[in-house]
Design a protein around this ligand. Sequence first.
Ligand code: ATP
Length: 324
Amino acid sequence: MASMRRIAVLTGGGDAPGMNPAIRAVVRTAAAAGVEVYGIRQAYTGLLAGDFERLTSRDVSGIIGRGGTILQTARNLEFKTVQGQKRGLRRLNEHGIDGLVVIGGDGSLRGALALHELGFPVVGVPGTIDNDIWGTNMAVGTDTALNTILDAIDKLRDTAASHERCFLLEVMGRNCGYLALMGGILGGAEFVMIPEHPTTLEEIGKVLENAYMRGKSHAMGVIAEGATPKIHEVAEYLSQHEVGFEVRITVLGHVVRGGSPGAFDRLLATRLGVKAVELLLAGESGIMVGLHGREIGTVSLEDATTKQRAVSEEYISMAEILAK
Ligand code: ATP
């Protein structure tokens, strides 16, 4: 295989804190190997539009601590079609690109797999606050998002305790309850609701009633946005059934995506970005780099995008036991 002279990088799906340090690591690792890097703006939308910009080491100065992604991100339906993928491949060839690093969630990685299957060299980096990607202990962005949630929980607890209130906190997570579950355990919540583990209103009511009667001064429930029943139904039920606490709702929303990446995410993003480029330049393709124990390892993009990450039963029971 001819050696690579020019590679490209894009960030896809929802933005996650840590995407910038990953871009920086890609650009500087390639530069050190004498390889040019192009950034593709707005993920597969920019790929199809030919929105490429040359990124030098100086262009990524000062971004290691910035949230979001300097390349921006977008959702693109056309790229889900084979025709769209072929057009994307054509754009890469027009720009003389020899390989691509895709940083993003499972949808973005499916796009990366499609390009690999068309014969284009691609390496994926898991970047999503959801932590729903098989083949890495943690995705870039999850740890920072979790810390933002804990900050919110700690603040809500201060006000909850002053008024004997129960706060219901909704956090992102349409299909994956990782953030709600870990936020609940680490924030000391009385209950957690996640999509993978349906709960009934009666069960939640009992938990809170017991907490009130055992003398707790306040309570907290962390609810993933995809969990059923929904946060407003829970609030209505608790208010009607007089569990003891007054109920208040907070929806954290997109706040969770923002902010400066923490130390963990900066390090993870940097290690994954470096490894992705090293492997791409060594001729690898169709793989995703990930955190395996303390080491950076790889899995196939096929496995990363088809295998399901199981919710930890150990954490679910921990959340229940430690809330007593
Ligand atoms: P997050 O986990 O933060 O939502 P994501 O990468 O999973 O991130 P998606 O919206 O699922 O976010 O996917 C991002 C983009 O990847 C899509 O808008 C689309 O352009 C592309 N994509 C998704 N699925 C496929 C697919 N099966 N084949 C090709 N491209 C895809």
